[in-house]
Design a protein around this ligand. Sequence first.
Ligand code: ZN
Length: 467
Amino acid sequence: MTKIGLEIHCQLTHLESKLFCSCKANYREFEINENICPVCMGLPGSLPRLNQEAVKKATVIAMALNCSIPEKIAFFRKNYFYPDLPKNFQITQLNIYGDTSIGGEGFVIVEGKKIRITRIQLEEDPGRLIYEGSSSKNQITLVDYNRAGTPLVEIVTEPDFESPKQVREFLNILSDLLENLGVSDPGLDGAMRADANVSIEGGNKVEVKNIGSFHDLEKAVHFEITRQNSLHSRDISIIQETRHWDDKRKITVSSRSKEEDLDYRYFLEGDIPWISIDNNILEKLKSEMPESINSKKERYISKYNIPEQVADVLSSDKFYSDLFEESHTDSNAKEIANIITTDLMGLIDTREKRDATKMSAVHLRDLADAIISGKISRNSSKNALYEIVKTGNSLPQIISDLDLGNVSDESELTVIIQEIITSEPQVVEQAKSNPQTINYLVGKVMQKTKGKADPKLTLDLLKKLIG
Ligand SMILES: [Zn+2]
């Protein structure tokens, strides 16, 4: 049986400052090596001060992943030398004097299977290495410390996954959950990174490090299973080793270096006191947690009668569910859910388009109300939505500029219907005995008005005029 376990590093991207100093957590907006200070550079005499908000956010993640949270948490130094680590140690967490990491023994249900979360820990991110040069011989490595000390949460699972598909499903659930909690933006470059350990029946465990995105994680796991199966089928033994993910070639490569826990010389970080997280704090954080994705979904179905599949798509994406919450009323909720999932999601399907959209919740409400009241047809509403997203103009303005409004003027429609009745005498005769035939005439009216005739009024008038 294939066994896969994951270690996921997730940046707490919504925090103001780094984990132990007041430099910005949003390092992405700075010029190289401008977001640094003596604390995150590890200069002698500098002392770390723990970011309280980071502890709260990590605790919320632990709760959402059904973890137990210890009464006291502690920080440890993980000692190693690497150019991206200015202090020569990373401040992280460890369960050595009992459970002192922010969370433990949680779980997530993936496709009906329980995936166990071993532990969750809060730690600092190292800096960033930038490689330049064309070949390995004349390659140079540059270091940008802007990221050093930014808050990371590490989520470690048991080897409970059996396929890359389960891994992908878990990552979907996890990134939706983190986004919904408002703790991390999974779409930001480098916000989610991972290591995976993979073994197949009868083989040793192989660790794959350095996977830079969730997208690549599934690929890396898939590649590694295929590689191991291929070795196994040729009776070549699978050695226990660490491999690195090469994201250009999309393969794993042996990294030769042997990494063991013992090498890190962990010891308690004496500059940071033990932190107690009592029940009052937990209760308060729990009460402030946003509504879960599942509960949103259930509410959409039971309160607004939104179809399950639509509710599923809508609730799992924070951007769209926030938009829905802001725009809907009891009477237009179903229509708004429909517009978002069938039209809007296709129109703004990238992050750039999402950021550039000029649409507001008011636009969406107006559009849904106009469809419900028959001012605009569902067909024309698609064109209107396109214009709204592009220009941000008001709906009445767009309807008038593009002449998208329904023909709902009774006398105007009567003239059109009279013409059709005159030109289709046979059909009109049939329609008198067979009510189904009237749909053909409605179709003719739609054709003539380019789909803009108010459908209900058209039908009423046709029935009246045919007699
Ligand atoms: Zn700093």
